[in-house]
Design a binder for this molecule. Sequence first.
Ligand code: C5P
Length: 234
Amino acid sequence: MEKLEQIYEGKAKKVYRTNNPDYYWVEYKDDATAFNGLKKGTIVGKGSLNNRISAYFFRMLADKGIDSHFVEEKSDTEMVVKALKIILVEVVVRNIAAGSLAKRLGLEEGTTLPKAVVEYYYKNDELGDPLFNDDHIQAIKLATPEQMARIRETALKVNEVMLAHLAERDIELVDFKLEFGLHKGEVLLGDEISPDTCRFWDKHTREKLDKDRFRRDLGNVEEAYQEVYRRLTK
Ligand code: C5P
C-alpha cells in the first residue's frame, strides 16, 4: 500500500490518502493541545507511544469481538486504518468522577460512579464541543437512532473489556473518549485509544498516567505514557 497526499491534519494526527480508497494512512504527532486548543505544546515521543498504545488496544478489542478501523501498524508513528466517514459525536464513558464531570456535578475528583456514565459531545471546535444528548443528535441528523444504539452498546462493551484488562495491570480506567464512523455503511470504532484520550490512574497511588499531566503541568508526561505502554506489554 502506498502513502499518498495528506487529506487532513488534526491536533494530534495527520491523515493521508492511500492508493486504495478503502484505507487511510494515519501518522501520530508529538503535538499536544488542551482546553480546545488554547494550550499547546510538544511531548517528545508521544506520537510513537500513542500509535503503539492505540494499536495494542485495537488488537486487544478485536480479540474480544469489538471491531475497529485499525488494520496494521506501518511504523513507530504510523498505522493504516479503514477509511471512515466520521460521525461528529465524541462519546465519553466514565467510571470515576474527574475532569468536566467532577466540575459539572460538583463531585470530588476520584468519586467512584455507581454505574458507567455515557456522555455525548458535539465534535465542533467553533462551538467548543458542547455536551448534548441523543435528541440533539437526531435533531441535527448526525446519526440515526439505530446507529446511536449501536454506538452506546459498543462504547459500554469497550469499557467493560478495557476495565478488566487494565485492572490486571494495576491501572484504573477513570474515563475515556471514543469516536465512531461509517465504513461501507457500517458503524465502526475509529480514532485512537491512548493516554491522550483516556484517564489512567495507578491503582495503588492514583498517580495520573495520562494527558492530565500535560493539562495540569504535572511534569513527566512522556514518562507516564511510557509507563502505560510498559504495563500493557510486559
Ligand atoms: O474533559 P473531560 O473530563 O470531559 O474528558 C473526559 C475524557 O475524554 C478524558 O479521558 C479526556 O481525555 C477525553 N477527551 C478527549 N478529547 C476531548 C475531550 C475529552 O479525548 N476533546
